[in-house]
Ligand binder design. Structure first.
Ligand code: GLU
Length: 319
């Protein structure tokens, strides 16, 4: 059975762009008769707020989505909250260390931000790490370790990564794309890449559908799956929504937040209608229930272009 998920980070409210990703991930799985999972990615505890997780659950249900497993309904692969799964990430770190995939990194924040242009360019997590600590001798490491707790970095293998995106087709990334990334910070917090891979694997996720802002995480995650000897899920990356100002939707505008629409009386079917229209699933933004889209959903019909949300749409959503 196919298994998909929506995995928000409760550090901000869900906006209509997040809602569209959730809707598409849900439709992909529901149209295939599979199981849908909700997982809260609160691994970065200082940035996460429990009340936002509660709000997200209310938002998604209001939109007409449901899940077979999740923080509020439980399930056989729980807990569905990352902050309660740290022992699993720790185990994976130990395994990766044993197999020689990780190295300690002593670079300071200041040193890292001074990396102006790294060989592998920028990734969504900032400039690619140039590998300063990757080749330190055991003696150098011992000197550093005496004064500082390191973060642990994953050494990206020296070969290109290729995968077929279920929406966008063949994707090819240069060897080491994005640079070596942190799987455990010096303060003990596990990295997103590690946690998401461990959880998707442990929860039996077969299909990952998410925003294209995470595309450059995918070669890293595929490399982690390989290093851990785990099969990769199928990936699909959907284009982002842009605001009327031509910028990516962000937390600055309250009018695009689901919680605002929900509490101010917007009809959720109006929201779903726009989300379906923006995704290229319908010709007009007509109000509809999320469940009405299940029988007609086909990922290959989802538009591959970024979408600009118009003022007209925002006015309609704001009531
Ligand atoms: N937690 C991630 C985020 O909210 C998404 C994880 C994923 O879909 O892989 O950006």
């Amino acid at each position: 059975m196919r298994r998909g998920r929506f995995a928000p980070t409760p550090s901000g409210k869900l906006h209509i762009g997040n809602a569209r990703t959730a809707l598409l991930a849900w439709l992909q799985i529901r149209s295939a008769g599979g199981a849908f999972i909700l997982r809260m990615e609160d691994i970065d505890k200082p940035r996460s707020r429990p009340e936002l997780a509660v709000q997200m659950i209310d938002d998604l249900r209001w939109l007409g989505l449901n899940w077979d497993e999740g923080p509020d309904v439980g399930g056989p692969y729980g807990p569905y909250v990352q902050s309660m799964r740290e022992h699993l990430y720790d185990e994976a770190v130990q395994r990766l260390i044993r197999n020689g995939w990780l190295y300690p990194c002593y670079c300071s924040r200041a040193e890292l931000s001074a990396i102006a242009s790294a060989p592998h360019g920028l990734s969504s997590e900032g400039p690619a790490y140039p590998g300063t600590c990757r080749h330190r001798t055991p003696e150098e490491q011992a000197v550093k370790a005496a004064v500082k707790t390191p973060s642990m970095r994953f050494a990206m293998p020296d070969r290109p990564v290729r995968f077929v995106d279920a929406l966008l087709g063949e994707q090819l990334f240069d060897a080491g794309a994005g640079g070596d990334f942190v799987v455990k910070r010096a303060d003990g917090i596990f990295g997103y890449q590690l946690a998401v891979v461990i959880d998707d694997a442990a929860m039996g996720i077969t299909d990952v559908l998410r925003g294209s802002d995470l595309m450059d995480s995918t070669p890293r995650q595929i490399s982690l799956y390989e290093a851990l000897g785990l099969p990769s899920p199928h990936f699909a990356h959907v284009p982002l929504l842009f605001g009327p100002d031509g910028r990516r939707l962000a937390k600055r505008d309250d009018g695009i937040m689901l919680a605002t629409m929900r509490t101010s009386g917007t009809n959720p079917e109006t929201v779903v209608g726009w989300l379906a229209y923006w995704s290229g699933l319908t010709d007009r933004p007509e109000p509809m229930k999320a469940s009405e889209l299940i029988p007609v959903f086909d990922l290959s019909n989802v538009s591959k272009q970024t979408v600009t949300v118009t003022e007209e749409a925002l006015r309609e959503l704001d009531r």
